[in-house]
Design a protein. Structure first.
Ligand SMILES: NC(=O)c1ccc[n+]([C@@H]2O[C@H](COP(=O)([O-])OP(=O)(O)OC[C@H]3O[C@@H](n4cnc5c(N)ncnc54)[C@H](O)[C@@H]3O)[C@@H](O)[C@H]2O)c1
Length: 335
């Protein structure tokens, strides 16, 4: 099958290489010309996926139309901030028959749309699938066992996508709760920033982290349910699974942002160092806006937002966490 990719960064290259290794012809568009050349000539992507020799069936191009033309399935693997700009100009170049698979996990700051909603608004006639779950790209490229979730309206589309991805170390599971699957991946990025801050401050308590992650998952499920997702979706791969993966992985951009904040860098310095602010930043802003509108309490996310914006220190976040938690429990006992 002919498969296209939009973005051969860390995730795009890992997934494109997986599919090429499964025997499919993969053409990926990449913004960075040096990366295009290195993939085609040396079968490596040392900028985004160092140390991995890529399958020669993976071809890179600087022409977006080459990745889109005649592709039966096209994966979108640029960060959410680049989706509209990158794909907005090629709306007519994607066949209506093409299945689009979204790998991005973010919210567009200007429109408030999730990455999947942005994709649907750009290509309203195409079938689209959301892929999410614990899938650290560096691990996929090293053939480590990985299970993700595919969500979409039509099970036949999920089957097409699973057939080109599944192999001895990579498996897909299906869900019909696209909203829940996507929101899990978006919201866990907010809490991963917190984990990075604890690492940066050398706050290593496993008791605290476990309580923090439990409360984070609860907040995600509460908010997600209000936004139309099914609660149980958050307690599976794309919620709990992805939250754990991002919290444990040294490769998470969002966790890294937290470490840099704890190290004293401000948002502008982090933006310069990382190129763009990781997706958890916009996600926090948009989700908190919605939480206020819908009267959903999200004390963890709200307090994280205050730390991110320099209104108070990580230590105060932890003392508030204990205080809020104890007061909430006591209030519950009194009722
Ligand atoms: N890395 C992971 O392990 C992982 C896992 C699951 C999901 N994701 C999701 O995949 C998406 C991509 O993440 P990533 O980690 O691969 O990012 P990355 O930082 O490794 O790659 C960035 C990509 O964006 C492109 N880009 C940079 N500037 C651009 C511009 N001005 N216009 C268009 N494109 C530009 C780069 O060329 C590259 O292809 C994100 O939404 C992320 O949430 C990543």
């Amino acid at each position: 099958m002919k498969v296209g990719f939009v973005g051969l960064g860390n995730m795009g290259t890992a997934m494109a290489n997986l599919i090429a290794s499964n025997g499919h012809a993969v053409t990926g568009w990449e913004h960075d010309g040096d990366v295009v050349e290195e993939i085609n000539v040396g079968h490596r992507n040392s900028r985004y996926l160092p140390g991995i020799v890529l399958n020669p069936e993976l071809r890179a191009t600087a022409e977006l139309s080459e990745a889109l033309e005649d592709s039966e399935v096209v994966f979108i693997a640029v960060p959410s901030a680049f989706i509209s700009k990158t794909l907005g100009t090629v709306r007519d170049e994607v066949s209506e028959e093409t299945i689009l698979v979204n790998l991005a996990k973010g919210i567009d700051r200007d429109t408030g749309l999730t990455s999947f909603q942005t994709l649907l608004s750009l290509f309203p006639r195409n079938r689209a699938v959301m892929l999410s779950g614990p899938s650290i790209a560096n691990e996929v490229s090293r053939m480590m066992p990985t299970v993700v979730v595919l969500a979409g309206k039509d099970r036949r589309d999920l089957t097409v996508v699973s057939r080109i991805m599944d192999n001895g170390y990579f498996r897909t599971r299906f869900s019909d709760d696209g909203t829940g699957v996507e929101l899990g991946g978006i919201m866990k990025n907010i809490y991963a920033i917190g984990l990075g801050m604890f690492d940066g401050k050398e706050i290593r308590s496993v008791n605290f982290r476990s309580a923090y992650l439990t409360m984070a998952l609860e907040e995600m499920a509460e908010m997600g349910t209000r936004l139309g997702a099914r609660r149980e979706t958050f307690f599976y791969l794309s919620g709990l699974g992805d939250l754990i993966a991002t919290s444990l992985s040294e490769h998470s951009h969002n966790r890294r942002m937290g470490e840099l904040l704890a190290g004293g860098l401000n948002l502008e310095e982090i933006r310069r160092r990382m190129g763009i602010l990781p997706e958890g930043y916009n996600a926090a802003q948009s989700i908190l806006y919605l939480a206020e509108k819908l009267h959903v309490p999200m004390p963890l996310a709200k307090n994280l937002w205050d730390v991110i914006n320099g209104r108070f220190e990580v230590e105060k976040f932890i003392s508030l966490f204990i205080k809020d938690f104890i007061e909430e429990e006591q209030a519950g006992e009194e009722t």
